[in-house]
Structure formats: structure tokens, C-alpha cells
Design a protein around this ligand. Structure first.
Ligand SMILES: [Zn+2]
Length: 208
């Protein structure tokens, strides 16, 4: 079991030494308990390997805990030959889980910034969205985290982030509002101080 845990760099350190990561066997046992809690029998044939699969899929679904956005953004930036206007990456799909019910959030992120002399590789923006998506989240926190990561590392003139997402905890349970989506935004720098830049960001996101 230890070998499995050791395959993940930083395993057990996310929550500090006082709260080390449980073993694979402990995680599987927890899934067995939830299967019984749901009303099923974890010993029936179709469910025998389910705890193992769930424990394994959690490593992927929550892999964002192993990763640091600062590392992904790196220290090298590209020169842009005088380009100084908005750079927008829109429709970045992501899958996350709400921290209140641990059910999926699915949506799209739109991330823009106004460069101050240097730019990020475009794929790095999508990677940052993925890192924060693959954790337990609220949409509000995730929106702010993406903006702050880019702002603090790149130090552009401004960052704008919009997330448009559906929360399965609303669609599948509770009030059951299928198809309703939640919009959140985070603006910094010029996007915060100049309404015209905010408006340009919005129109670039929505005008197709
Ligand atoms: Zn929820």
C-alpha cells in the first residue's frame, strides 16, 4: 500500500504531517462504507472492484493537490514584439467537485490578461485552470485563485477571469434546477479600474 502512496510526489504533505494521507486500504474501506450507506452491498460481484477503482480515480480527479500553479506557470515568459493588447483564452473546459457535497461542477473558464511586456505560453493558462479544478472547490474560490496565480507570477497590467459552470449539487439534488449555470468573475489591475476594458473582455467572451 505504501508503494501506491509513494507514487505521488508530495503525497500526504498537502494536509500537513498532522493529517497524513490515508493508505489505499483505508480509502477503499471508506468507499465500502459509503456503498453500504447508499444501500447497496459492497460484497456483490459488480461492486467488488469498485472501492479500488474509486480510490484510483480520486487520485486523478483530485490531482490538483499535488501540483503548484507557480511551478506550472514557470519562470520563463515569451517576448511578444510589442504586442500589448488583451490576450484571452476562452472556453477552457474543466471538471471540478464542490467542496460542500463532493459532486461534480462542470463548466468553462475564460481567462484574459493585459501583458506588461511578456506573455505566458497559452497552454499554461489551461493548466492553471486544471490544477485548481482538480480540487474540492467553490466556484468563487476557484475564480479568484486562477486570477491571483496569473497576477502574482506574470505581473501583467490586469487579469480577468470568468467561470460559467453547472453545479450537479443543484441539478441532481436539492432544488433540482437542471441547466442553470452560475457565473463568477474576478478582475484585477486595469480590468478592475477601467470599465471599458471589462466591457471589452465581456464582449470578446460572448461575441462569436
Ligand atoms: Zn455542492
Amino acid at each position: 500500500m505504501d508503494a501506491i502512496v509513494k507514487n505521488f510526489p508530495g503525497a500526504g504533505t498537502q494536509n500537513g504531517a498532522a493529517n497524513p494521507r490515508p493508505t489505499q486500504a483505508e480509502a477503499e474501506e471508506a468507499v465500502r462504507i459509503l456503498l453500504r450507506w447508499a444501500g447497496d452491498n459492497p460484497d456483490r460481484e459488480g461492486l467488488l472492484d469498485t472501492p479500488k477503482r474509486v480510490a484510483k480515480s480520486y487520485r486523478e480527479l483530485f490531482s490538483g493537490y499535488e501540483l503548484d500553479a507557480n511551478d506550472v506557470l514557470g519562470t520563463t515568459f515569451e517576448e511578444v514584439g510589442g504586442y500589448d493588447d488583451i490576450i484571452l483564452v476562452r472556453d477552457i473546459p474543466f471538471y471540478s467537485h464542490c467542496e460542500h457535497h463532493m459532486v461534480p461542477i462542470t463548466g468553462k473558464a475564460h481567462v484574459a490578461y493585459l501583458p506588461a511586456g511578456r506573455v505566458l505560453g497559452l497552454s499554461k493558462i489551461a493548466r492553471v485552470v486544471e490544477i485548481y479544478g482538480r480540487r474540492l472547490q467553490t466556484q468563487e474560490t476557484m475564480t479568484a485563485q486562477i486570477a491571483q496565480a496569473i497576477d502574482s507570477k506574470l505581473k501583467p497590467r490586469g487579469v480577468a477571469v470568468m467561470i460559467d459552470a453547472e453545479h450537479m449539487c443543484m441539478s441532481m439534488r436539492g432544488v433540482q434546477k437542471q441547466g442553470s449555470t452560475t457565473l463568477t468573475t474576478s478582475f484585477s489591475g486595469t480590468f478592475k479600474t477601467e470599465p471599458a476594458q471589462q466591457a471589452r473582455f465581456m464582449s470578446m467572451v460572448y461575441n462569436r
